[in-house]
Design a protein around this ligand. Structure first.
Ligand code: FAD
Length: 306
């Protein structure tokens, strides 16, 4: 039986595991892919106190730090169900089952992709998903934002202050973002909005993005825009399907947490991109993971027999 079982081995899970292990309690980490989204990231320039690093390097450092403590790391294992109780059970896809007094859920999220030709080829070579992370790389250049919901319009407003020009493309005939954001967007001189646009292809010169193609859904015409960057903002999908019906989730599937990282299930805490915490970033996920582990420890000393 674990005192604290962490599900997820990204920045949030790694931080939770280290905070737990430092309390001298029995700690385990189950992860499908240790390192999480960081493994898919190239340049990281906003990991505070480290001017720049690379995803795989940071992921290796996370693993090394966790493994320097007495933590049972179970990598390449997928959690498939959570059963609440005095002892909380985490069932794995392999058929095995783990029991713990407290659980920290840190299963992260993934960006919804366009699924068009060129997107994978030019990922990190012009195709980006995080304006806070990659916006400054496109200073003075032309970019597109795909997606006219709140996150797309926020991204376009944010980027307009950094890049030369932003083209926002929305599939629907109108933007879905809040009116106040739309007003701000339309007031900016270097933003063009195109609605009824279906993105069909990311184009490039073999090494980096040089534009994108879309179909004007009103006329059926195919058009090409020349640009250097494309920010895909069509949704962030939390990895929480396995928790449906057990832990309270928001309408976007994010695990609902309070200010201490407590979920709707006693003894179960959560952190990082999988939760309702605003802004999905590495430093935020690490802070949240540490906080959830401290809350879980607090729960442990109040509930377990001496
Ligand atoms: P994740 O990193 O998503 O980790 C989730 C972990 O849970 C993984 O180990 C995964 O395998 C595991 N998992 C998922 N489901 C299960 C399951 N059922 N059972 C067991 N394990 C499971 N942020 C920045 O701050 N700066 C950047 O420059 C930056 N660039 C980015 C670039 C890209 C391309 C991407 C995709 C993201 C970027 N981010 C950046 C965002 C950052 O990576 C995330 O905010 C951060 O990784 C979230 O950490 P997390 O631990 O909550 O989740």
């Amino acid at each position: 039986v674990f005192d604290m079982l962490v599900v997820g081995g990204g920045p949030a899970g790694a931080a939770a595991a280290i905070y737990s292990a430092r309390k001298g309690i029995r700690t385990g980490v189950v992860s499908e892919r240790f390192g999480g989204q960081v493994l898919d990231t190239m340049g990281i320039e906003n990991f505070i106190s480290v001017k720049e690093t690379e995803g795989p390097k940071l992921a290796a450092a996370l693993e090394q730090h966790v493994k320097s403590y007495d933590v049972d790391v179970m990598n390449m294992q997928r959690a498939a169900a959570l059963v609440p109780g005095d002892l909380i059970e985490v069932k794995l896809a392999s058929g095995a089952s783990l029991k713990a007094k407290t659980v920290v859920l840190a299963t992260g999220a993934r960006w919804r992709e366009l699924n068009v030709p060129g997107e994978q080829q030019y990922r990190n070579r012009g195709v980006a998903y995080c304006p806070h992370c990659d916006g400054p790389l496109f200073k003075g250049k032309r970019v597109a934002v795909v997606g006219g919901g709140n996150s797309g319009v926020e991204a376009a407003i944010d980027l307009a202050g950094i890049v030369a020009h932003v083209t926002l493309l929305e599939y629907d005939s109108q933007l879905r973002a809040d009116a106040v954001l739309q007003r701000k967007l339309y007031s900016l001189p270097n933003v063009t909005v195109i609605t009824s646009a279906q993105t069909t292809e990311v184009t490039g010169d073999g090494s980096k993005v040089n534009g994108m193609r879309y179909t004007d859904r009103a006329s059926g015409e195919s058009r090409h825009i020349a640009l250097e960057g494309i920010f895909v903002q069509i949704g962030l999908l939390p990895n929480t399907d396995w928790l449906k019906g057990t832990v309270a989730l928001s309408n976007r599937g994010e695990i609902e947490i309070d200010a201490r990282g407590q979920t709707s299930v006693p003894g179960v805490f959560a952190a990082g991109d999988a939760t309702t915490v605003p802004y999905k970033q590495i430093v935020i996920a690490m802070g949240e993971g540490s906080k959830a582990a401290l809350s879980a420890f607090d729960h442990l000393i109040r509930t377990s027999a001496p």
